[in-house]
Write a protein of this length. Sequence first.
Length: 144
Amino acid sequence: MTQVTFYQLEDDDITTAATQLVLKHYRARQQSVLVCEDKVTAEHWDEHLWQQPTDAFIPHNLRGEGPPNGAPVMIVWQPANESAYVMFNFTTQALTPTHKTKLIVEFVPTDEAGKQAARERYKHYQRAGCQLQFQPMPKESHNG
C-alpha cells in the first residue's frame, strides 16, 4: 500500500523546503521521481539541484537525458508515466499510485487556492486506499 505524506509549507518557497526531503531520500538510496506541472518547472528543478553544495549534491536527470538505467533522481513533467519508490508531486493533480511506489510526497502551500487543491488530492488518495499522513515541514539545515 502506498503511503502519502502531506507536508505543510511555512512559506511559498517550496523549492528549498522540498530539496531537503529529496536529499534525505537520495541518501537513503530510495529512487525518486519529481513530477512537475510542465517542462519549464522541471528545468527549474534541474538547475536548482545542480546548484546545491558539494556535500548536498543530488545526482539527477531530466526525462530522456542521462544514462540508460537512469539516475537516482529523475525529474519529469506532465503527462508523467514514470514511477519510483518515492514520488514528489509538484503539480496540482493527484498522482496515480503504482505497485512500485511506496511513498508519495505532497505539499500544502500557504495560499487558500493551494490548500483547496491539496484537500482535493487528499480525498483522491483516500478513495484510492492510500495510507495518509499530514505533518509540518521538518526543520533541517541546508546541507542535510
